[in-house]
Design a protein around this ligand. Structure first.
Ligand code: IPE
Ligand code: IPE
Ligand code: MG
Length: 241
């Protein structure tokens, strides 16, 4: 959405890309078919978000809970990441996208860790869009890891700033707009700290059917929201406008 006023644009958009399996099932196909289509959609949305002026885009790619899925599905997803990290993402970073990862990457298979490091390094000076892939990511784990780091450093009392500074990507600002596809209205352990004041947008559309138009709908909806952060801007002291 190019013609939105700058102050009405979200700086950080996070997406829970959900519904791949149900989409494939509806077509009488295997779940993995949905993941393949889902990855293509992600690629399109990354390009579009970058051209729309979004500065940070976080995509929920694999959660710490997704290990519960059958090994065959997990392996398929990992092979798909590798394929994207080693080829398709080259085009994306050539357009000024910086690729970053959030989550327990150290617990991922070696080849994925290597591919992540390589592309992170290669794109580190890009600044059009920070694309953050949440991979083996769980928000409770992230907060716990931050607290444990602080304990090991000898802290006796911690502040909000201390937690922020010890998140996986401390410099990334809070989420402005959180989108979840597929009709589920839950957070599923995603960015709990960072979404404290995010605007939430839920759509029934399954992720493989999501497209630029649907993304624009979310941005337009966001542009109409009045963000008060607990204050009274735009309303009187009784909450009347
Ligand atoms: C989201 O789609 C993709 C990942 C979790 C990797 P799902 O695989 O959760 O699809 P549904 O929710 O079962 O339809
Ligand atoms: C959240 O979707 C994780 C990702 C999109 C990677 P899930 O499909 O795993 O979440 P639940 O199980 O519906 O909460
Ligand atoms: Mg799901």
């Amino acid at each position: 959405m190019k013609d939105l006023a700058k102050e009405k644009q979200p700086k950080h958009v996070a997406i829970i890309m959900d519904g791949n399996g149900r989409w494939a099932k509806k077509l009488g196909k295997k779940r993995i078919f949905g993941h393949e289509k889902g990855a293509e959609v992600a690629e399109k949305i990354i390009e579009y978000a970058s051209d729309s002026g979004v500065r940070y885009l976080t995509l929920y790619t694999f959660s710490t809970e997704n290990w519960k899925r059958p090994e065959e599905e997990v392996n398929f997803l990992f092979n798909l990441f590798i394929k994207y990290l080693e080829s398709r993402m080259e085009k994306i970073i050539s357009k000024g996208v910086r690729m970053r990862f959030s989550g327990r990457i150290d617990k991922m298979p070696e080849d994925i860790q290597k591919a992540c490091k390589r592309i992170e390094e290669k794109s580190k000076n890009n600044s059009k869009l920070d694309l953050i892939m949440a991979l083996n990511y769980g928000s409770r784990q992230e907060i716990l890891d931050a607290v444990n780091k602080l304990i090991s450093s000898g802290k006796k009392e911690i502040t909000k700033k201390d937690i922020q500074n010890n998140l996986y990507l401390p410099d990334v600002p809070d989420v402005d707009l959180l989108i979840r596809t597929s009709g589920e209205k839950r957070i599923s352990n995603f960015l709990l700290w960072q979404i404290a004041y995010a605007e939430l947008y839920f759509t029934e559309v399954l992720w493989p059917d999501f497209d630029e138009k649907e993304f624009d709908k979310a941005l337009l909806d966001y542009a109409k929201r009045e963000r008060r952060f607990g204050g009274l801007t735009g309303s009187d002291e009784f909450g009347n406008k």
